[in-house]
Design a protein around this ligand. Structure first.
Ligand SMILES: C[S@@+](CC[C@H](N)C(=O)[O-])C[C@H]1O[C@@H](n2cnc3c(N)ncnc32)[C@H](O)[C@@H]1O
Length: 234
């Protein structure tokens, strides 16, 4: 278990974020920083302070929109690490019962503002993906769009256990992550073997498919190589 707190990071001289209207004193709300936050020296929330983040394309990821149009998502649905909520908002606009969760309060505030602007009724909540059971709910479908690949090998087992606690048996988890199958790989590329090791029958998962796809970003003309994995909860 990680023991470093945000206070420790500050003592180590890490870059400090711009002050946030929403996250004043403790940008981590008492949780431990993730590997990504330790590496960057910034809380996830800071990604949303100065205009759209690189992954924030202002619309659902095309791979997710395609799967949704094929009826791949059933409610109740969880969007884990929803960011500014474009995928969550798509599901809600299709009439699905969905909650988008994230640790970044600023992203959640932007998501709620989008929902209000577009007249979409949807739920966004602050929650740590390592402690999803605290939601006290279970979901038929879970989406991870760009979250799994931000966790290192030490974090993944804890995250996968957390997902297992909130996914109904026979429910479906979709993971869209950067792949190692270049050229032009994005940050945090993941191999098929890493996906299969993380979601194994031994810990209650069965991988139905891992298909090559793209993750669109603000910096790639046609997206970066990705895996779109369909994973069943046993
Ligand atoms: C690469 S972004 C993807 C955002 C969104 N899914 C999208 O497609 O635009 C990863 C998101 O995961 C969130 N995140 C990172 N660690 C988290 C954690 N432990 N619990 C919940 N959300 C987390 C970040 O704040 C960020 O919004």
């Amino acid at each position: 278990m990680l023991t470093m707190t945000w206070h420790d990071l500050q003592l180590e001289g890490a870059k400090l974020p711009e002050p946030s209207r929403l996250v004043a004193d403790d940008p981590l709300s008492g949780r431990h920083p993730t590997s990504h936050e330790r590496l960057s020296g910034l809380p996830w929330d800071a990604s949303y302070y100065n205009g759209p983040a690189p992954w924030d394309i202002g619309q659902p990821q095309p791979a997710i929109a395609r799967m949704a149009s094929e009826g791949g998502f059933a409610g109740p649905l969880l969007d884990a690490g929803c960011g500014t909520g474009e995928n969550t908002l798509l599901f809600a606009s299709l009439g699905l019962s969905v909650v988008g969760v994230d640790v970044a309060e600023t992203a959640l505030a932007i998501a709620r503002a989008h929902a209000a602007d577009r007249g979409i009724k949807v739920e966004f909540a602050a929650a740590d993906a390592f402690q999803l059971e605290r939601l006290g709910r279970r979901f038929e479908t879970v989406l991870d769009c760009g979250l799994f690949h931000t966790f290192d090998g030490e974090e993944r087992p804890e995250y996968v256990s957390s997902l297992a606690l909130v996914t109904e048996h026979d429910g479906t988890l979709y993971v869209l992550c950067f792949s190692d199958d270049g050229p032009g790989t994005g940050p945090h590329p993941v191999s098929q073997e890493e996906l299969r090791a993380a979601f194994s029958p031994g810990n209650g998962w069965s991988i139905a498919a891992i298909e090559p796809d793209r993750i669109h970003t603000r910096y790639h003309d046609d997206g970066a190589p990705a895996w779109f994995a369909t994973i069943n909860r046993m």
